[in-house]
Design a protein around this ligand. Structure first.
Ligand code: NHR
Ligand code: GAR
Length: 211
């Protein structure tokens, strides 16, 4: 069975969706850069070893990333999943885990990288928004895209209502992609995400819907 580690910074709802998905792998640790992350308690309640490594205790990003990598390597994971992890990672860290480091980002990349993605989407006036799972590379939110889920943006949406609609799809998408990886069907190959046995998806989402 493959082993995976989840990195979080806060609430941990994506982490919970992964832990509750009966994935064909073992979650060997949940690690947070914030000692007060609520997700640490819910991981511990599920019997998962938890660790906090407070980035504020380190003089530089390099020092924090070295401590984080040393901790991760102690668990010898096959896969590392960023789930609401809010620290930009150094190139050295990202290269160490190249091809086995995934992130879920709350926008349809390459639109709206970085933070405040729902506000960015509302300001841009897009009719479709969503989430993306990608391989992490040094370019922030710029790594090869594995899978995306789209939701409509409705006329009366605000950041809260839109984020909630996207989050529902994050919770469906990320466990599915993690399962592919743990089954050995998904890999990074020549800068592209390759999924064995990819099925064609039918139909298009029109927003607003045609009458
Ligand atoms: N690191 C690299 N090198 N590449 C990526 O693609 C990464 C990454 C680290 C995190 C997640 C990402 C997201 O999904 C992620 C992808 C944090 C920030 C950020 O600005 C931006 C993107 C992401 C995560 N962080 C600030 C920082 O100074 C802190 C912000 C805060 O604490 O609120 O690190 O969006
Ligand atoms: C999620 O929407 C996740 O996609 C996003 O933060 C939220 C975390 O919620 N991630 C980022 O913005 C990464 N920069 P969670 O802690 O409940 O999973």
């Amino acid at each position: 069975m493959k082993r995976y580690v989840i990195l979080i910074s806060g609430r941990g709802s994506n982490m919970e969706s992964l832990l509750d998905a009966s994935l064909p792998g073992e979650c060997v640790a949940v690690i947070s850069n914030k000692p007060d992350a609520a997700g640490l308690a819910s991981a511990a309640a599920r019997g998962i070893p938890t660790v906090a490594i407070d980035h504020k205790q380190f003089a530089s990003r390099e020092d924090f990333d070295a401590a984080l990598a040393a901790e991760i390597d102690g668990y010898a994971p096959d896969l590392v999943l960023l789930a609401g992890f809010m620290r930009i990672l150094t190139d050295g860290f990202v290269r160490r885990y190249e091809g086995r480091l995934l992130n879920i980002h709350p926008s349809l990349l390459p639109l709206f990288p970085g933070v405040k993605t729902h506000a960015q989407a509302l300001a841009a006036g897009v009719r479709l928004h969503g989430c993306t799972v990608h391989f992490v590379t040094p370019a922030l939110d710029g790594g090869p895209i594995i899978a995306q889920a789209a939701v409509p943006v409705l006329a009366r949406d605000n950041e809260v209502t839109l984020a909630a609609r996207v989050l529902i799809e994050e919770h469906a998408l990320y466990p599915r992609v993690a399962q592919w990886y743990l089954e050995g069907r998904l890999r990074l190959d020549g800068g592209r995400a390759v999924l064995d046995g990819e099925a064609p998806a039918a139909g298009a989402l029109h927003v607003p819907a045609p009458d």
